[in-house]
Write a protein that binds this ligand. Structure first.
Ligand SMILES: [Zn+2]
Length: 310
């Protein structure tokens, strides 16, 4: 996909400059608004293709169940976040980037009328065949949603998704059109103000860019990986550019995968990982690293304009 990365993906000004060179991508930083984004975009996929559950190999199922779905508490947190703004029974909820469908299946048990968007074939196959949830493999920007599901949903959720999309503002704008007036957007994403990100910058600068283990665990040039890590200010600008009202941003400590998989990425030696894991597990309650943020936003109600809402 052709894109001039000197043009900031958030504010559209020609102020993006390469600030960090990682192994498989560069991180641009906007001199005007501070947005951090990689020079990688996913190419447009063939969407809406048929998915057959025969693609579910044992390795795929193992990855989904022991990786993606391993931190069960995280999905309970997401359900309770949603129930704090919305009566779940009968609510129409769209989960964008629903992965293997764990959150959707929990939602279904509350009586919500939920469906998901997922572009990975194997995850779609797992969610449909193993958890029996309704998932479509069209991106939210696609006319499948934009033409046929306008203002349909009481809530849209984006758990660990906004950092992966090519253009966050466009994605949230597309979601905004699917929300009914007064409907909610909830999301979580890594936070650029986190200690983890700051340490990544320190590591990079202290070694003149030769070491970048931490930044490389936050950004990647691989397809469907993290393309941007947002600050509180970035999130506010994305939400407002999409015509939504920001309700709250709260920093939380949360891991998307079991801790060992992060350690394994940083340290390639298995024996060292086994030795370090119990030590780091012990230290975790003491060093509360609030690495992520949970964000709530709402579409203006009819007769309500953003900006008049104090
Ligand atoms: Zn900018």
């Amino acid at each position: 996909m052709d894109y001039d990365f000197n043009v900031c993906k958030l504010c559209s000004r020609p102020s993006g400059r390469v600030a960090y060179l990682l192994g498989d991508c560069s991180i641009y930083v906007c001199a005007e608004c501070g947005f951090h984004y990689t020079d990688h975009l996913d190419s447009a996929e063939t969407v809406g293709r048929p998915v057959d559950s025969s693609i579910l190999t044992r390795d795929v199922v193992e990855y989904i169940e022991n990786g993606l779905h391993a931190n069960a508490g995280r999905f309970d947190v997401h359900v309770s976040e949603l129930s704090s703004v919305l009566q779940l029974e009968g609510a129409r909820v769209l989960d964008v980037g629903c992965g293997g469908g764990k959150f959707l299946s929990l939602l279904a048990s509350t009586g919500a009328n939920s469906r998901g968007v997922e572009l990975s074939d194997v995850r779609v196959a797992y969610a449909r065949s193993r958890l029996g949830v309704s998932v479509d493999n069209y991106p939210v920007e696609h006319e499948f949603w934009q033409l046929h599901h306008e203002e349909e949903f009481d809530a849209v959720t984006l758990w660990d998704v906004i950092e992966h999309v090519n253009f966050p503002v466009e994605t949230v704008r597309a979601i905004s059109r699917l929300l009914r007036p007064g409907g909610f957007l909830l999301m979580d994403t890594p936070c650029r103000e986190s200690l983890f990100h700051q340490l990544g910058v320190v590591e990079y600068r202290a070694t003149w860019g030769r070491q970048h283990v931490l930044l490389s665990s936050l950004y990647s040039g691989a397809d469907f990986a993290h393309k941007q890590i947002l600050s509180h200010g970035d999130i506010r600008r994305v939400i407002e550019a999409a015509g939504l009202i920001l309700l709250s941003i709260r920093n939380v400590a949360e891991l998307s995968f079991p801790f060992e998989s992060y350690l394994r990425r940083a340290v390639s030696n298995d024996a060292v990982v086994r030795m370090l894991t119990p030590l780091v597990q012990l230290a975790r309650p003491v060093i509360k690293i609030r690495n992520k943020m949970i964000v709530g936003a709402r579409k203006p109600r009819l007769l309500e304009r953003p900006g008049l809402d104090s």
